[in-house]
Write a protein that binds this ligand. Structure first.
Ligand SMILES: C[S@@+](CC[C@H](N)C(=O)[O-])C[C@H]1O[C@@H](n2cnc3c(N)ncnc32)[C@H](O)[C@@H]1O
Length: 365
């Protein structure tokens, strides 16, 4: 089955060089699943790696973009050949003067096609780290380097990540961050128009209603007041271009060896999800990223039905929405139950603040 978005967007380049969906929230929603067979949209690969921490029998990571699949293959090679400190340097979480040689070392065993792709990305990786070279990250970089300095000093930005109690975070946001310049910047930079052109492919906005800026403003308040920014790797990268003390789940030192020891449980496929779920295998859990947002309602309903056909009883479907509302279609409401408690706590803890909804549905026995 040809995927609808395949015909619309340009997948020649890396769109997401790191995962902008919170893997802590994802793994809690999937639940600890020893021996399970799981499916994950690949994107940059970090959440498929994080899912290995659930001790599954297999994680099939799927993407219809060759560039995104290459991101996961390189991560696997890095885990095999680099130590944790080197991994963080090459990713860009930490400053580094030796990314070129780390990249050469990590990619040495990759097929020539991958090596030549990574050679073409080398300058960007040296400058920004592997986690900084996608279209989405370039959009954040433009924001951080060109626009943010017009609004806030480096000192104010650094101050965001000083750990303080909730009420003080609120005072900081109201008194120091939320200036009229900041509000103006939000409205211009996160307009549907700008995001469509710079951050996401305009085709992804075909189904969007409402203003991206309003969503982002609400979600930033949540990330900066309800949660502690010092614990938020996503916010840290957006505002500073690297990580502080907090890291995404799969990049944390305490998980490095576990993930490394389970790499043979990963099955990476360059394919539309639709083809893999039609292959006759059954699965216990699905990380569906926010792919349903990119589909028309009719296609969404079809794909949802195919996922249910490939799902074991009690399998969980976990996915996000940014601006397009997508939940179990009416025709399948008697086949799944919504795990509202997990959704509510997931939304409350979600450190990646672009999404307006987080959905966890469980297939009925
Ligand atoms: C939906 S996008 C969202 C990215 C995400 N918000 C992040 O933080 O990485 C993730 C990936 O899904 C892939 N994708 C979209 N529709 C797909 C489909 N039907 N089958 C396989 N991959 C798909 C895209 O190529 C992209 O790499």
């Amino acid at each position: 089955m040809r995927s609808e978005i395949e015909g619309k967007a340009d997948f020649e380049q890396i769109r997401y060089a790191q995962l902008w969906e919170d893997a802590d929230v994802l793994n809690r929603a999937l639940g600890h699943r020893p021996g399970a067979r799981l499916v994950s949209i690949c994107s940059a690969g970090d959440n498929a790696l994080a899912m290995l921490l659930l001790d599954p029998e297999r994680v099939i990571a799927i993407d219809l973009s060759a560039a995104q699949v290459a991101c996961l293959h390189l991560r696997i090679a890095m885990l095999r050949r680099l130590d944790h400190g080197e991994f963080l340097e090459l990713m860009g979480s930490r400053p580094s003067e030796r990314r070129a040689s780390l990249l050469d070392r990590a990619s040495a065993d990759l097929p020539e096609r991958d090596c030549s792709f990574w050679r073409s990305q080398k300058d960007a990786i040296v400058a920004h780290g592997l986690g900084g070279i996608g279209k989405f990250e370039r959009y954040f970089r433009l924001f951080r380097q060109v626009f943010l300095p017009l609004v806030h000093s480096q000192k104010t930005v650094a101050d965001v990540f000083r750990s303080r109690p909730g009420p003080e975070r609120e005072t900081f946001m109201r008194q120091r961050w939320n200036s009229w310049r900041w509000r103006l910047l939000l409205n211009v930079f996160f307009s549907n128009f700008t995001m469509g052109r710079l951050g996401r492919d305009p085709a992804f906005f075909d189904h969007v209603e409402g203003s991206a800026a309003q969503h982002v403003a609400r979600r930033i308040e949540h990330a900066a007041i309800d949660l502690d920014p010092a614990d938020n790797p996503y916010l840290h990268w957006i505002l500073t271009g690297r990580h502080g003390r907090a890291l995404p789940l799969a990049w944390r030192p305490e998980h490095y060896d576990t993930i490394r020891s389970r790499l043979d449980r990963l099955d990476v496929r360059h394919s539309p999800l639709e083809d893999v779920i039609a292959g006759g295998q059954r699965f216990d859990g699905f990380n569906l990223s926010d792919i349903f947002e990119y589909m028309s309602l009719v296609v969404f309903e079809n794909v949802y039905g195919s996922i249910l056909a490939a799902a074991e009883p009690q399998a969980r479907l976990v996915y996000w929405n940014m601006m397009v509302p997508r939940r179990v279609p009416i025709s399948f409401r008697d086949r799944v139950r919504t795990l509202s408690d997990i959704e509510i706590s997931g939304k409350a803890q979600d450190k990646a603040f672009f999404y307006s909804d987080f959905v966890v549905e469980e297939v009925l026995p």
